[in-house]
Every structure is written in C-alpha cells, then in structure tokens.
Design a binder for this molecule. Structure first.
Ligand code: BMA
Length: 365
C-alpha cells in the first residue's frame, strides 16, 4: 500500500520536478517567430520567395517616395522578403551606413509586415577597435577583444544592447513584436570583414556568435530567426560547418554569393545549394540564398536563364538580391523601369515557382 502511495506522490510532483530542470524561458521565441520558421520550412513546397535589400527606401533615380519600389514598378508586386542593414546603429547617430534613418527603417519594417511580407536584418557593424568600418581588417585581434575578458568587451556589450533595444522595438500597431530574420557575422568564410576567416580562430568566431545570441536572450529579444550565412567559399559540408556556432542558436541555413563570371557563378550556386540542402535536411532547418545578384544585371535574360533554373531544383525558402543604390552609379541588383532585364524579370515574376508578397497572402502561407 505504502509503495502505491509513494508512486502516486511521485506522479503528482514529477511535472514540477521536470519544469525545474528545463531551460530558462528567456530563450523562447514568440509565437509569430516560431510561425515564421514554420513558414520558411513550408515555402519550398510552393516555390521560393524573392527578396530585395532596401527595396522600399530608395531606388534608381529616387529616394524616400512613399511605398515606391523598383521591383514593384517593374512587376506590380513587392518582394516577399525585404532586408535592411543595422550597420552603424551602434554609433547612435540615427542613420545606418547607407544613410537611411533607423526611424525610416522601422516604419518600412512595420509596413512590410502589414503587407504579409518577411523582414531580414544584416549588421555591417563598425570595427570596435579601430573605429573604421566592417571592412577594416587592419587588426586581427578585434574578435578576441570583444569576447569576455577582452579590452573592448564592455563597449561591445553596449553595442549589442543597442541592437537588442532596436529589435525589441519593432512592433505592430497593436504592440506585438514583429519577427525578423537576423544574420549577424555574415560572409565570415571570406576575409573582408573584421570577423572573417583569417581574422579570428574557429573558436573565437563561434564564441562571438554565442555571446551575441546569449546577450540577445538576456535582453529578451525573442522575435529573431537567426541565420547563418557564410560566403560560397566552403567546398563541402564539413567546411561549411567549420565555424557553425550550434544547432541551438541557428534557425536558418544560408549563404551569400554574387555573379562576376557566369559559369563560375552557376558552379558556386550549385555547389553551395547542394551543401545547404544537405545541411538543412540533416539539421531539419530551412535554407536560403541570403544575398546574391549580378551587379547592374548586364544580361537581359539573367533571371530566367541563370538564376531561376538553378534555384528551382533546390528546396530554397528565399533568394535575396542586394540593393539598388541611388548614390553609387551602376551598383544595383534588381531591375527598374527601362533596365535591360526588365521584361525577363516579369517572366521570372510570372513563373509559378516565384513567390512575391501578394502570393504569400494568396497561398495563405
Ligand atoms: C555593400 C555595398 C555597400 C553598402 C553595404 C551595406 O555590399 O552595397 O555600398 O554600404 O553593402 O549595405
């Protein structure tokens, strides 16, 4: 009889014992963030989403016109994904490295979210040692110096606080946090950023990620889908995962690559897509081409003859092309009215595989 009583008591208190040993809730994502990850997983059974950096803030020959977008001017629809950059938010000047105000970015994020679109954020953070930009690789002790015990650690934690506050402040009109894809420390397999391959060790890079993630959690940033986006340097899954910071902190498996020469680009795309497809399947995480493009698109059928046929064969959630700079002549990656790949982009838009913002609503994704 006693033994039955004992089992009964254990059964009663076991949920309490279990919940005490569980991870603290601070790492938990909001429901809409979990839903966004689910959506990214489901997209490939419908096609892939198209994305464009800074799409609604400026374009070729314009800046700041309300609701304008070069992509929309060409095909009548907004991209499904729009990305923005947080670079220089850490300096509290109010403007990012491409001279867009963070207030403007916030407004555009809310608008795109209201359209049913998805937002991604990169962070071209300045060099915390030299105070130069992200591309300042003159000092190879920078990553080490921001890690715990390093001489720039405390300052860098303040920089992370600023990012955390901003991401936490991205809310809908009724106060719900907007989920965003965040891809810090991108293209680290190259050596052009201060966090790049030759500028730190594998462990330092992983620690940088872990510190970023932990600090975001500490500040209750629970509306982020974390994306890992190396460049196309890795030749195989082992190289791709060499600096991978951990399954518990990465939600999306991506890569960045650009076209300079067509056959090299196709080879790189195929190689990297095959790597991320394998890694994504193995880890059960969505995959994406987090940045790509052909500067000035000097090929009138690039969209349907180069990009589309390669992507269509892989379970990609989205492909995002870089910005249409209004201040740097010839630095654009999406067509605008009159650009030579305009008609081909409309064909790309009409292809059943491509998903733009209105398709997200139509497919109820
Ligand atoms: C680069 C270029 C730069 C820009 C940076 C961050 O690829 O477009 O001109 O400052 O991205 O957006």
């Amino acid at each position: 009889m006693k033994i039955f009583k004992f089992i009964f008591v254990i059964m009663l208190i076991s949920p309490v014992l279990l919940s005490c040993s569980q991870k603290p809730v601070e790492g938990k994502k909001t429901d809409s963030t979990v839903a966004l990850i689910r959506k990214l997983n489901q997209i490939p059974s419908h096609g892939f989403m198209f994305g464009h950096h800074d799409d609604t803030v400026y374009g070729i020959g314009w800046e700041g016109d309300s609701d304008r977008s070069d992509v929309k001017s060409v095909c009548g629809d907004y991209p499904a994904v729009i990305s923005f950059d947080l670079g220089r938010i850490e300096k509290r000047t109010g403007f990012n490295l491409d001279k867009i105000s963070f207030e403007k970015i916030r407004k555009e994020i809310v608008k795109h979210h209201d359209r049913g679109g998805i937002i991604s954020l990169s962070w071209h953070v300045d060099n915390p040692v030299t105070m130069g930009d992200s591309w300042d690789t003159s000092d190879s002790t920078v990553v080490k110096s921001v890690l715990p015990g390093g001489k720039k650690h405390d300052m860098f934690i303040c920089w992370l606080d600023i990012v955390a506050d901003y991401i936490n402040s991205l809310k809908t009109k009724n106060g719900t946090k907007i989920p965003v894809i965040f891809r810090p420390w991108h293209e680290h397999t190259g050596s052009w950023f201060w966090w790049g391959q030759k500028l730190c060790t594998d462990n330092d890079y992983k620690e940088l990620w872990r510190m970023t993630y932990d600090h975001m959690n500490k500040r209750n940033v629970n509306n982020v889908v974390y994306a890992y986006s190396p460049g196309s340097e890795p030749e195989n899954t082992a190289e791709y995962l060499q600096r991978y910071p951990g399954d518990d902190i990465v939600d999306l498996i991506g890569f960045d690559t650009y076209q300079f020469e067509r056959s090299d680009y196709i080879r790189n795309l195929e190689k990297s897509l095959s790597i991320v497809t394998q890694v994504g399947r193995f880890k059960n995480k969505p995959i994406a081409i987090t940045e790509t493009g052909y500067e000035a698109i000097p090929d009138s059928s690039w969209w349907t003859e180069t990009l589309l046929p390669v992507i269509a064969r892989y379970p990609v959630s989205y492909v995002l092309v870089w910005r249409n700079a209004r201040e740097k002549e010839g630095h654009y990656y999406a067509p605008y009215p009159g650009q030579q790949s305009e008609n081909d982009f409309v064909r790309f838009y009409n292809n059943t595989n491509t998903i733009f913002v209105s398709d997200i609503k139509k497919c109820d994704l």
